[in-house]
Write a protein that binds this ligand. Structure first.
Ligand code: ZN
Ligand code: FE
Length: 170
């Protein structure tokens, strides 16, 4: 197995992870109480669609098929979101208000960090292999994942965590 093969496998994991997020982000948005948090999830959903298009371009440049096994890493992170009507153990009803939003931000940041890790690795391998056009696309997405993570961080620290501190439990 070559580093190029390893890169292809890791890109397939990211491709499936992004597709899982397309389904999960609307559920996070529905579960959020604050309008700023809902807007952050919705704008990252749009970016995620761009990430999939970019990965399609990357697979085109590599003349590789994007289909691969399910990203069990991202599946585990999304299962822990506990959002959506289909979830067997949804978030408890008494987890509400800003405390609920603090929990949703924590969950979403785990997904962002998974992606930051994957894109960071793939971009570095692509650079090393001399695949500069591919590396540039991956770095572009990497920066957007980092920015999305930072937006959630700012929202938590400047607003949600502070409100959550002052909320009485239900
Ligand atoms: Zn993404
Ligand atoms: Fe993301």
């Amino acid at each position: 197995m070559t580093l190029n093969d390893l890169l292809t496998d890791e890109l397939r994991d990211l491709y499936d992870a992004e597709r899982q997020l397309i389904a999960a982000l609307p559920l996070l948005s529905q579960a959020a109480n604050g309008s700023a948090l809902r807007a952050a999830f919705e704008s990252h959903l749009e970016e995620t669609q761009t990430h999939i298009i970019r990965l399609d371009e990357v697979f085109g440049l590599m003349t590789a098929n994007p289909a691969g096994p399910r990203s069990t890493g991202m599946a585990g992170i999304i299962a822990a979101f506990r959002v959506g009507a289909a979830h067997r153990a949804p978030l408890p009803a008494d987890l509400d208000g800003a405390v609920r939003d603090a929990a949703l931000i924590a969950s979403a940041q785990k997904a962002e960090h998974y992606e930051i890790c994957g894109y960071g690795t793939c971009a570095a391998w692509a650079r090393t292999l001399g695949l500069d056009e591919i590396a540039a696309k991956l770095e572009e997405t990497l920066e957007e994942e980092k920015a999305a993570d930072q937006t959630l961080n700012d929202l938590a620290e400047q607003e949600v965590n502070i409100s959550a501190t002052h909320e009485e439990g239900v």
